[in-house]
Write a protein that binds this ligand. Structure first.
Ligand code: JFZ
Length: 430
């Protein structure tokens, strides 16, 4: 179980955030020379995926920094899009596996201020925009994989390829003390993030309990309310498991089928790649993205939906389209997502249930109907009290209900307000 604290309340009430993957990898955007990064199409992995089995030579990859000049970057515009989509928080890859920092880090030359013609403090501009729009700011930080520092961990790969050679424990300790901890301290002190999203996904003896304790201790000592996720590696690499962290991160695009009591989230992509990939046209329909949001909320979790901006700093049109379509749905139905808990009734086949509890033991159940069939009454079992009234959230149209014991039958109106997910509001007395 994760740490129990009131610091995580804003997170669980927010339910929905924007994840941004943006950096040097956004320049090649999935194509190195004429080679397309295929497989899972993670364009942010191009340094290790292209020029197989050796990867892109480090100097060639670092030369991208001299091309990084995102003249269309507008932090205000990004944060306005997040707000418009109904997203309450925002996280960005402050430093991804390639080791490149999106802020003027004094710890490593490999950063936007010292290594690129752009030179601006990207995180500082986002910090100001988030404050201006009431969006909570957090950072993804690749604390384990760092392909720039000689002591950073490398992905598994061919033994004879230097790019995949794992550092010694001593080299990793130097990385930990010279780069990882000082950069996390810089981020905390300069931008006061409300949370971190660290990225480890398997057991690795380099992530010793002592190193994890030092990193967690640094964050707790600087801001005890700053949230830490389980993919810092405690799940696999600490004897106490996730007791010292604040929320669980599921695997990429991994959506649990069961309700989970502790705070948790799934991060997911709109297409396949996290970073912008110029050939990744596998865009998921907005209805599918909405189901991910509702599925997770109905099981007590958050959804962090990713955007991969282009190298010049704009958000691709297919992403904008989905964000704005989701935003309209959230304008109408946000009440059924924000501040809700997992439904306490058995999950119905026709959809999902989120709920809010009143101070007097009353409850409001939000019925997210995935399969609206006029004329076929919806049945909900396991009702925790007396069904008082039911209406269509979008229109306020009253809906007939009949209760028999713990089961209520709901007569669906002929007109379905939203054929992706339509929401009914059911008030239940104590
Ligand atoms: C990691 C990164 O490697 C990737 O580039 C992206 O940032 C993503 C959000 O996180 O990718 C993962 C992490 C975990 C698993 C798979 C890919 N996993 O748990 O199988």
């Amino acid at each position: 179980m994760t740490r129990q604290s009131d610091a995580v309340k804003w997170f669980t009430e927010a339910r929905f955030g924007m994840f941004v993957h943006w950096g040097l990898y956004s320049i090649p955007a999935g194509v190195w020379r004429d080679e397309v990064v295929g497989g899972n199409m993670y364009s942010e992995w191009i340094q290790m995926k292209a020029n197989a089995p050796h990867g892109v030579p480090a100097e060639e990859y670092r030369a991208l920094a001299r091309e990084f000049d995102p003249v269309r970057f507008d932090a205000e515009a990004w944060i306005r899009e997040a707000r418009r989509a109904g997203m309450k928080y925002f996280l960005i890859t402050a430093k991804h596996h390639d080791g490149f920092a999106l802020w003027p880090s004094k710890v490593s030359w490999f950063n936007v201020a010292d290594a690129t013609p752009f030179g601006r403090d990207i995180l500082g501009e986002l910090r100001r925009a988030c404050r201006a729009h009431g969006v909570t700011l957090g950072f993804y930080y690749s604390h384990w994989q760092d392909w720039e520092h000689p002591g950073g961990a490398r992905p598994k790969g061919p033994d004879d390829a230097p790019a995949f050679r794992q550092p010694s424990d001593e080299a990793f300790e130097r990385y930990w003390e010279e780069k990882c901890l000082p950069q996390v301290r810089e981020l905390m002190e300069a931008y006061e993030p409300a949370f971190f999203w660290f990225d480890n996904w398997r057991k690795d003896e380099l992530l010793t309990p002592d190193r994890l304790d030092r990193l967690i201790g640094l964050i707790r000592a600087t801001d005890a309310r700053c949230l830490i996720n389980s993919r810092i590696g405690t799940t696999w690499n600490h004897p106490d498991g996730d007791a010292a962290v604040d929320y669980r991160s599921m695997g990429d695009n991994s959506f649990p089928k069961e309700r989970i009591a502790e705070p948790w989230e799934t991060s997911g992509t709109m297409n396949r790649s996290w970073g912008y990939h110029r050939l990744d046209h596998g865009w998921k329909p907005t209805g599918q993205l909405l189901r991910h949001l509702v599925d997770n909320a109905s099981r007590g979790g958050n959804y962090q939906l990713n955007v991969g901006p282009t190298a010049d700093g704009h958000i691709p049109i297919p992403s904008i389209r989905r964000l704005r379509e989701i935003g309209v749905w959230m304008d109408v139905n946000g009440e059924a997502i924000y501040g809700t808990e997992a439904g306490s009734v058995p999950e119905p086949e026709w959809g999902r249930v989120t709920e809010k509890r009143g101070p007097d033991g009353s409850r409001t159940l939000y019925l997210h109907v995935y399969d609206w069939q006029p004329g076929r009454p919806l049945e909900l079992t396991g009702l925790p009290g007396r069904a008082l009234s039911c209406d269509v959230l979008e229109t306020g149209e009253a809906v007939e209900i009949q209760q028999d014991g713990e089961t209520v039958a709901i007569a669906l109106p002929d007109t379905c307000p939203d054929d992706r997910i339509a929401v009914l509001r059911l008030d239940v007395g104590s």
